[in-house]
Design a protein around this ligand. Structure first.
Ligand code: ADP
Ligand code: MG
Length: 242
C-alpha cells in the first residue's frame, strides 16, 4: 500500500476583505501518495496558489481537514507549522526569490541558518545541492551573473537542501523560455525519479503539466478533473550549464 503524504478533505478557504468574501477553495478533496508527481492546472483565479499555500503550511484553511505525513495540520500552532515547513517542505516560485547580494552558495545555505547547522556542514550540504542541479561550478556567482534557468536551479537547490519529502513549485517555469523550462523540468523529474521526492507543480501550460505523472485541473475553487498523464514527457538527463 502506498502511503499518502497529503490527505485533504472538504477543504475550504474564504478570504474576507471588508464587505467582500471570496471563496477561493470550495470543499476540495485530494490525496497525494508518497513519490507522486502531480501537476495542478486551471485558469487564473481558480485557487491554485491558495491550495499550494495551504499545502505548504503557509496559510490555514477556513475549514476542512489537512493531514501531512500523519500530522493533523489544522491543530498545529504557528511555531509547529513553521517547524513542519522547515523539515518537510521545499518551495520554488515563479520569480526565483534569490537574494541578489548573496552568492548561489549563500542563497542555498539560507534555510539552514535557523537550525544552527555548523558552517562547514552548511557549506558541504549546499555544494551537494548545487551539484544535484548541475551548478556546482557556479557556487560563487551572484544571481545577476546567472541565466534565468540557472537562477531557478539555484532556487531548487535551496528548496532541497534540508532534504524535504515534498517539493511545492508554483509556476516555476513561468518566467523561462521553452528550452530552459524543459531543463528545469528535467531537474524536477530527477528529484522525483531518483530521490522519490513528492512533487506538486502548479502550471498553466499543458506542455509543462505533461512532465508530471498525474494532472488535476481546478475551476472556481474546486477540482474539476484528476487523471494520470498518458504520454508523459521525459526531459532527459542532460543538466547543462548554459
Ligand atoms: P490562482 O493561483 O489559480 O490564480 P489564487 O489561489 O491566487 O488563484 O486565487 C483564488 C481566488 O482567491 C481569486 O479570486 C483571488 O482573487 C482570491 N485571493 C487569493 N489570495 C487572496 C488574498 N490574500 N486575499 C483576498 N483574496 C485572495
Ligand atoms: Mg497563482
Amino acid at each position: 500500500m502506498p502511503t499518502p503524504v497529503i490527505e485533504i478533505c472538504s477543504l475550504c478557504k474564504t478570504y474576507r476583505i471588508g464587505e467582500l468574501t471570496v471563496e477561493a477553495l470550495r470543499s476540495v478533496d485530494l490525496t497525494i501518495q508518497s513519490s507522486e508527481f502531480l501537476a495542478i492546472m486551471g485558469a487564473s483565479g481558480s485557487g491554485k496558489s491558495t491550495l499550494m499555500n495551504v499545502l505548504g503550511c503557509l496559510d490555514r484553511p477556513t475549514s476542512g481537514g489537512y493531514n501531512l505525513d500523519g500530522n493533523d495540520v489544522g491543530t498545529l500552532d504557528r511555531d509547529a507549522l513553521a517547524r513542519i515547513r522547515g523539515r518537510k517542505i521545499g518551495f520554488v516560485f515563479q520569480g526565483f526569490n534569490l537574494l541578489s547580494r548573496m552568492t548561489a552558495l549563500e542563497n542555498v545555505e539560507l534555510p539552514m541558518l535557523y537550525d544552527e547547522v555548523p558552517s562547514a556542514v552548511r557549506k558541504e550540504r549546499s555544494l551537494e545541492a548545487l551539484r544535484t542541479v548541475g551548478l556546482e561550478d557556479r557556487s560563487h556567482h551572484l544571481p545577476s551573473q546567472l541565466s534565468g534557468g540557472q537562477q531557478q536551479r539555484v532556487a531548487i537547490a535551496r528548496a532541497i537542501v534540508n532534504n524535504p519529502s515534498l517539493l511545492l513549485a508554483d509556476e516555476p517555469t513561468g518566467n523561462l523560455d521553452t528550452a530552459t523550462s524543459v531543463e528545469v523540468m528535467g531537474v524536477v523529474q530527477r528529484l522525483n525519479d531518483e530521490r522519490g521526492i513528492t512533487i506538486v507543480l502548479v502550471t498553466h501550460e499543458t506542455d509543462i503539466s505533461e512532465f508530471a505523472r498525474r494532472v488535476v485541473t481546478m475551476r472556481d475553487g474546486k477540482i474539476l478533473t484528476d487523471h494520470p498523464v498518458d504520454n508523459r514527457r521525459i526531459a532527459g538527463a542532460g543538466v547543462t550549464s548554459r
